[in-house]
Ligand binder design. Structure first.
Ligand code: ATP
Length: 307
């Protein structure tokens, strides 16, 4: 494994279920060390793509490499490099928290002494030590989410795949989980995350792919995605009803109702905002209030995924 290889390289991935094409020719690169968001509406093909990456389902076509290792031909090494926290809780209901982690370690053939140390570390790190001997059914939803993360990390993977890691948790725990994920990423673990909480993706992810109907419709840095679609709307409240606006180029696309005092203009740069305000004042208006609305990832997402 070298850091020159992308953490995930997907080429021409297809997955068909009978007539339905769930993944329709996805190609994707996730660089080592990235914090990558894989977003899309329900049924877009995110979980199916994840299933293909971790080898849980049979691809119809395409190739996938993890840090340069092909998941079909070199599956043993490839799989060892990946930790998965799936969308649904899938623990054995009769196991204690500690045993959940011990069992998982069993899949990777780790030495018992190493395993015990690692399990204790993870219990501590995810604040589960006090619950170590409690059955999985007797812990809270938030504790289950933390256990999912701990289990995904048992074999010290280099790539962590998280399918909606904060679904159904309260605001405080969500922020706590975000911090845990940031720390893991800062320690060098590549993170590939799906989420329906777009503020979560905006807060955490450096790069984002948006998928719709099994196809990627955008792939860019989070900042680039926001900048490219970012329509800063300037809203100006004037001192008197508007009959007409000055014929200045910056006000060409302005929106207002005749007789109202509000004028709105989309997509202006900072210097254009200054020119627009100056033009309004030169035309005899007094500017009483100015407001800006900047698009969020949610606006970009809706624009790209709405039919
Ligand atoms: P969500 O955000 O709701 O989790 P998703 O983007 O993860 O959605 P997938 O679960 O990958 O979407 O599903 C993609 C499409 O494939 C959907 O139309 C789904 O109904 C279909 N699908 C998923 N698994 C199967 C299956 N085992 N058999 C048949 N169709 C399936």
């Amino acid at each position: 494994m070298t850091l020159a290889n992308p953490a995930i390289a997907i080429d021409g991935l297809y997955k068909r279920y009978g007539e339905l094409t769930a993944v329709d020719g996805i190609s994707l690169r996730v660089e080592a060390g990235d914090f990558f968001g894989f977003l899309g509406p329900n049924g877009a093909g995110k979980t199916t793509t994840i299933g293909a990456i971790v080898g849980l389902l049979r691809k119809t076509a395409g190739s996938i490499q993890i840090f340069g290792y092909d998941i079909d031909r070199q599956w043993r090494v490839a799989r060892r490099l990946v930790g998965l926290a799936p969308q649904e809780f899938n623990f054995d209901r009769y196991l204690s928290i500690r045993d959940v982690l011990l069992f998982q370690a069993g899949y990777f053939g780790l030495r018992p002494r190493v395993v015990c140390r690692r399990v204790d570390e993870l219990l501590e790190r995810f604040d589960l030590t006090a619950k170590a001997h409690v059955e999985y059914t007797k812990i809270s939803g938030g504790q289950k989410r933390r256990l999912m993360l701990a289990r995904a990390l048992i074999h010290e993977p280099k790539l962590l795949i998280l399918d909606e890691p904060t679904a159904g948790v309260d605001v405080e725990l969500r922020l706590e989980l975000w911090e845990m994920l940031r720390v893991l990423n800062a320690q060098g673990i590549t993170i590939f995350l799906t989420t329906h909480y777009l503020e979560e993706a905006e807060a955490l992810c450096r790069n984002i792919a948006i998928v719709r109907g099994g196809k990627i419709v955008a792939q860019q840095s989070t900042q680039g995605l926001l900048d490219g679609h970012r329509e800063t709307t300037l809203a100006v409240r004037l001192d008197r009803p508007i009959r007409e606006l000055p014929a200045t180029p910056v006000l060409r696309g302005a929106r207002f109702e005749v007789g109202d005092t509000l004028v709105q203009v989309d997509g202006l740069t900072a210097s254009q905002v200054a020119s627009a305000l100056a033009a309004l004042e030169a035309a005899g208006f007094i500017v009483e209030a100015v407001d800006f609305k900047r698009a969020t990832l949610q606006d970009v997402f809706l624009e790209l995924t709405r039919s």
